[in-house]
Design a protein around this ligand. Sequence first.
Ligand SMILES: Cc1cc2nc3c(=O)[nH]c(=O)nc-3n(C[C@H](O)[C@H](O)[C@H](O)COP(=O)(O)O)c2cc1C
Length: 174
Amino acid sequence: MSKIGLFYGTDTGNTERVSKRIKELLEEKLGAGSVDLLEIFRKKKEDMAQYNLLILGMPTWYDGELQGDWEEFITEMTQIDFTGKKVAFFGLGDQYGYASYFCDALGLFGEIVEKNGAQLTGMWPVKGYEHDFSKAQRGDQFIGLCIDTDNQDELTEERCAEWVNQIIGEFNLS
Ligand SMILES: Cc1cc2nc3c(=O)[nH]c(=O)nc-3n(C[C@H](O)[C@H](O)[C@H](O)COP(=O)(O)O)c2cc1C
């Protein structure tokens, strides 16, 4: 089985916590060692390009801005050929405090990987969220799992568990 590369960036630790839980949930189903957990800080394109199955986790900061380490990685990212790769995103955000920018970062990165040939997986329904606008939204779906630890942390575990089952299927690992 090909390994999953789970890359994340974080400023205050929420995305790191969720990333670790997603890795645990995946490995409960797929076996220990099936997920490499990697912080995006100072990574190069080769670090990401070696995986055909990718999970990318990122918060949104400062009215729709990118987390700093992901922002630094953009140039590397635009140079990766994602043809044949499946990419699932998850984003951290605050749907009430930043209702017009909820999990915006996913929108930008989603466009980059799709333009470079990736198959996007892990789409997630907008039902159950109360934001006004999000660049991560397409119709009635987000392009990845949105997690709001600021306001709905009681839903984090069940959202992660359901999404993990979904991407195991979409990655053809079931
Ligand atoms: C100053 C500030 C700006 C923020 N801007 C946004 C935003 O534009 N969109 C959003 O969805 N969340 C926003 N958030 C919420 C964070 O994304 C959220 O707290 C997230 O869980 C942080 O993840 P991290 O701990 O991995 O850095 C903001 C939070 C703060 C404190």
